[in-house]
Design a protein around this ligand. Structure first.
Ligand code: AMP
Length: 449
C-alpha cells in the first residue's frame, strides 16, 4: 500500500526548523513588544462571512483561495440538498487581520478615550493557491494590528519595527526594498477608481482578460497583474498620488517624513495596491531584491480605517501588517543561513553494564530537575555505541557509570571537547550539577570549554 504523503502545498517543520520557527516568533514578539504590542490568539477558522465582508468578495483570496471548513454533519446536510445557516459556513483563515479585528470588536477592546489597542499574532494561514516555491497552501504569518488611532506615527512606527525585526532575524538591510504608497480614502478613492476603470476600458485591447474583468470588479488590482503587456499599459494609468484628497496627502507626507527622520529607506510605488480590499491610505510591502524569483514579498500591510465598521463594529481606524515566515526563511537561506541543530545535550549518561541503569536513571532525573538537558541510553547499547550516541546528540559531557565507579561512590565526568575526565562523588549531585551549570553558563557566554 502506498504510504500517505503530506497534503499538497503543506510542509512539515522538522525539529531543527520547528525550533527556529519558535525563535523567529519569540524575536518578533520581543521586537514588537518594545512598541507596546502584546500577543493575541484567535481561532484558525471563522465564519466565512467575516472574510467575505472584511477582505472583499472580489479579491483573489476570497473568490478563489479560501478553504471551507465543514463538519461531517453539515456536509451531509449539503449533500442532502439542504442549506447551511451563516454560522455554520466556516472557512480556514486566509490571513490574520479579519479575525483579530473581529475579536477586538466582539470583546470591546477599544475603549472611548483609551490608548490604541496594539496586538501581535503568529500562526498558520491557509490559501488554496497553486503551490510553488514561496507559495504554500498552509504557511505561517506573524503580524500586528493596531486599532483605535489614525495618526501617521502608528503607520511609521509599524513600518520601522517591521524593518527592525527583519534585521534582528538576520536579513541584511541592504538585501531588502521597502515600497510605500497611499491608497487614499473613501473621499478620494472612488473618483480615482473610476479613472482607472475608464483607463482600463480605453486600453482593453492591450490588457489580459482578467484585467478587463477587473474594470468592473476591482480596477486597482490591474496594477498587480504580473503579465508584462499589462504592466506596460498600467504604467501609463492615472496615478493615485495625483488624486489624493488634502487629508490623505498630509497623512502620506507625514508617514514619509517620519520614515526619513528614522533613516528608513523606501521607494514610492504608485502601482502598489496590495491584494486585499480593506486598505485605506498607507500601504507598503517589503521585498527581497535578489534570489527569490516572483515570490519576493516577505511582508506587507497598511492602514484599514473602514474594516472594523465593515464587519459590524464601531467605526475604528486600524493599521497592520503580516510577514511570511517561509519567505523570510528563503531570504535568510539565500544569505547562507543554516538551522542550528535542535538536539544539543548538556549530558549523556553511559552505563558500563545493566546493573547501574537504575542509578543512571536517578542521576539523569536529578540533572534534568536542575535544568540540564540530557538522556541515558534506552536501548542497551554497548559502551562504544553509547559514546557514538552521545556524539550524535552533541552532548557536552558524558557521565560514565559502572560497577567500579558505583563501588567507589563516584561518577566519571568526561568533557567531550577537551577529553578531560574528573571523578565526582555520586553523593554530591550538586557538584555534578554545578560542573554543568558552569559549562552551560560558559557556553551561553560563547566560550568553548
Ligand atoms: P498578504 O496577507 O497576502 O499580504 O501576505 C503577507 C505575507 O505573507 C506575504 O508578504 C508573504 O510573505 C506571505 N504569504 C502570503 N501568501 C503566501 C503563500 N501562499 N505562501 C507563503 N507565504 C505567503
Amino acid at each position: 500500500m502506498a504510504s500517505i504523503q503530506r497534503a499538497e502545498g503543506t510542509f512539515d517543520l522538522l525539529p531543527d526548523e520547528a525550533k527556529f520557527w519558535r525563535k523567529f516568533r519569540d524575536t518578533a514578539f520581543e521586537v514588537f513588544g518594545r512598541y507596546g504590542y502584546v500577543p493575541i490568539e484567535t481561532p484558525i477558522f471563522e465564519q466565512t462571512a467575516l472574510f467575505v465582508r472584511g477582505i472583499g468578495e472580489a479579491t483573489d483570496v476570497v473568490s478563489k483561495e479560501m478553504f471551507t471548513a465543514i463538519s461531517g454533519e453539515n456536509l451531509n446536510t449539503l449533500l442532502g440538498g439542504g442549506h447551511l445557516k451563516a454560522k455554520s459556513r466556516l472557512s480556514l483563515r486566509p490571513e490574520g487581520t479579519a479575525g483579530v479585528v473581529r475579536a477586538v470588536a466582539q470583546n470591546g477592546l477599544v475603549t472611548q478615550g483609551g490608548a490604541p489597542v496594539k496586538l501581535a499574532y503568529a500562526g498558520p494561514m491557509f490559501r488554496a493557491e497553486r503551490p510553488q516555491k514561496g507559495r504554500q497552501r498552509q504557511f505561517n504569518q506573524v503580524g500586528i494590528e493596531c486599532l483605535g488611532a489614525d495618526e501617521p506615527t502608528i503607520d511609521a512606527e509599524g513600518i520601522i519595527m517591521l524593518m527592525r525585526f527583519y534585521e534582528a532575524i538576520g536579513i541584511p538591510a541592504g538585501a531588502m526594498r521597502l515600497l510605500v504608497n497611499s491608497m487614499g480614502c473613501e473621499n478620494c478613492r472612488p473618483a480615482y477608481r473610476d479613472k482607472v476603470r475608464a483607463y482600463i476600458l480605453e486600453h482593453a485591447d492591450a490588457l489580459c482578460e482578467e484585467c478587463q474583468r477587473r474594470a468592473d470588479t476591482n480596477p486597482l488590482r490591474a496594477f498587480d497583474c504580473k503579465k508584462e503587456g499589462c504592466r506596460e499599459v498600467m504604467a501609463g494609468a492615472p496615478r493615485i498620488v495625483e488624486h489624493l484628497c488634502d487629508d490623505c496627502h498630509v497623512h502620506y507626507d507625514a508617514v514619509k517624513g517620519l520614515l526619513d527622520g528614522a533613516d528608513v529607506a523606501y521607494v514610492e510605488d504608485y502601482t502598489l495596491v496590495r491584494g486585499l480590499d480593506y486598505y485605506t491610505r498607507t500601504v507598503f510591502e517589503v521585498q527581497v531584491i535578489e534570489g527569490m524569483g516572483s515570490q519576493n514579498a516577505i511582508g506587507g500591510g497598511g492602514r484599514y480605517d473602514k474594516l472594523m465598521a465593515e464587519i459590524g463594529g464601531a467605526n475604528t481606524p486600524g493599521f497592520g501588517f503580516a510577514l511570511g515566515y517561509e519567505r523570510c526563511l528563503l531570504a535568510l537561506q539565500a544569505h547562507g543561513f543554516e538551522f542550528e541543530p535542535a538536539v544539543k545535550y548538556d549530558f549523556y549518561i553511559a552505563c558500563v553494564d545493566d546493573s547501574v541503569r537504575p542509578l543512571a536513571f536517578t542521576v539523569a532525573q536529578k540533572l534534568r530537575d536542575a535544568g540540564m538537558q540530557g538522556d541515558i541510553d534506552h536501548q542497551h547499547r554497548s559502551l562504544k555505541g553509547q559514546f557514538k550516541q552521545a556524539d550524535k546528540l552533541s552532548a557536552d559531557y558524558v557521565l560514565i557509570l559502572g560497577p567500579d565507579e558505583v563501588a567507589q561512590g563516584v561518577v566519571k565526568v568526561r568533557n567531550m571537547a577537551s577529553h578531560n575526565e574528573v571523578l565526582v562523588p555520586l553523593g554530591e549531585a550538586d557538584r555534578i550539577v554545578s560542573s554543568f551549570t558552569d559549562s552551560t553558563a560558559a557556553r551561553a557566554a560563547g566560550a568553548t570549554s
